[in-house]
Design a protein around this ligand. Structure first.
Ligand code: SF4
Length: 448
């Protein structure tokens, strides 16, 4: 929980020596409380102050990094609702394989998981982890599969078995992968925490209800192991949703450290609609790691897009660099289109121009990542601003074409743009990017 200025002042030396740049310790404490200063600026801060303030500044949901390079980040969340600020670390998506699956199917699944990539608004979206489940009776087969999964898919693993000894052997075999061991029972947690610590893995713990789970987390933390992930024992989607929300609320609003950990959820259903409902709920509401029962490209495309939307900082629109982009292989006399630097707009417009089969230039001025109509309404996509940007990048010197196509939604800027770009002819394009191809093939071909 954040400390007030007065609470912080009690931890400071109260000598008002001014070495931190503030006139008094109280003034410095107020800055610390508002997160406008750092305790290291006070050379006389006690160890107690460092400890208390350090703990107070930790995010309510503990951050955990998995993977040999710490590439899968979990937790560190600070708000209940995305619109309050932003969600920080997106739900990690994993696909499950069983040690009883056919060898050919396993090989194919691991290669597919490794190679899967979806490009969306210029970002490469991939699967984060592989879950390996022991269903057979042979621990050696489970360990061999875990080793193979790590080597082939090059992803951290989610190791699941009802046999703690098999989990310990697998954890040792994939040491260095910084994976997640899923502890099957509360009783096995202390021993598996020791295994996780020794092999630098994280541990998912479970218990019949949230109170017992929180008590177990607290117990393990007191014992010196805190790289924990929570696995709720719930029996319906509604219960899962409710338990996850209670845990997150307790961590954020009641400073309950024992529920402030990322979560893991396995989807077991074979019914696609059930899988979709569970997966969407987890991505929307606080899921840390979500394990899908099998690889499904169509499902993943939807989930990846949803995840991107939920975990994009609403205060920072995804944007592309303002400049003139070549689409295809344009020459100096190729036509020039203009749109804003909102990534989604840019990729849709550039894709439609590409689909039309022509080469062109796409002028993208600085619009703070806003879409066409929003940028126009905010005065950031006007004839004057586009003309000014064209001048700044010396568009006249880069192309001999003097034809620029503006989005149909901002037809009203055409006069102002012609005034700002002397010698240029402004054509009003279609309102929707989807109509660009027919516009290019009809209007543009005949425009003089
Ligand atoms: Fe107080 Fe430390 Fe600032 Fe000196 S440097 S005024 S002791 S807070």
């Amino acid at each position: 929980m954040a400390l007030t200025g007065l609470q912080i002042q009690k931890l400071l030396p109260k000598t008002n020596c001014k070495e931190c740049g503030s006139n008094t310790c109280l003034a410095f404490a107020m800055k610390l409380s508002a997160k406008k200063a750092d305790l290291s600026e006070c050379p006389y801060a006690s160890d107690e102050a460092k400890q208390v303030l350090g703990a107070a500044s930790e995010p309510p949901v503990k951050g955990i990094a998995l993977g040999d390079k710490g590439q899968v980040k979990l937790g560190e969340e600070t708000v209940l609702f995305r619109h309050e600020k932003t969600f920080v670390n997106q739900t990690a998506l994993a696909v499950n394989i069983n040690d009883t699956d056919a060898p050919a199917g396993i090989d194919q699944a691991l290669t597919t998981i490794k190679d899967y990539m979806l490009v969306r608004v210029g970002q490469e979206l991939r699967l984060d982890m592989v879950a390996v489940t022991q269903k057979g009776a042979d621990p050696a087969a489970f360990v061999a599969l875990a080793t193979k999964a790590w080597q082939t898919a090059a992803r951290p693993l989610v190791l699941r078995s009802s046999d703690p000894k098999a989990l310990a052997a697998a954890a040792d075999a994939v040491k260095g992968s910084r994976s997640l061991i899923c502890c099957p029972t509360p009783a096995a947690a202390p021993d598996l925490a020791a295994v996780a610590k020794e092999n630098n893995h994280a541990l998912a713990i479970t218990a019949p209800d949230l109170d017992q789970l929180a008590a177990l987390a607290d117990f393990l933390k007191q014992g010196g192991f805190n790289d924990l992930v929570l696995q709720f024992q719930t029996h319906s989607l509604a219960e899962q949703f409710q338990t996850g929300s209670i845990a997150r609320r307790a961590a954020l609003q009641d400073s309950c450290k024992a529920t402030g950990y990322p979560t893991v959820r396995f989807i077991e259903s074979d019914d696609l609609l059930d899988v979709v409902a569970e997966a969407v709920t987890e991505i929307n509401k606080y899921g840390g790691i979500l394990v899908l029962p099998a690889f499904d490209a169509a499902l993943l495309a939807s989930l990846m897009t949803l995840r991107l939307n939920i975990y994009t900082d609403p205060q920072k629109p995804i944007q592309v660099e303002p400049k003139v982009y070549p689409i295809g292989e344009p020459g100096p006399d190729s036509p020039v289109f203009v749109t804003t630097n909102f990534s989604l707009t840019y990729f849709i417009v550039s894709g439609e121009i590409e689909n039309s089969g022509i080469s062109a230039w796409l002028l993208v001025p600085e619009c703070e990542g806003l879409s066409v109509l929003t940028a126009w309404a905010a005065g950031k996509f006007s004839g004057a601003t586009i003309g000014k940007f064209a001048k700044e990048i010396d568009l006249d010197g880069q192309v001999t074409s003097r034809q620029i196509i503006i989005p149909g939604y901002v037809a009203q800027i055409s006069g102002e743009l012609e005034e700002s770009m002397p010698g240029w002819k402004v054509l009003v394009g279609p309102q929707e990017a989807g109509d660009l191809e027919s516009f290019i093939k009809t209007r543009l071909a005949t425009a003089g």
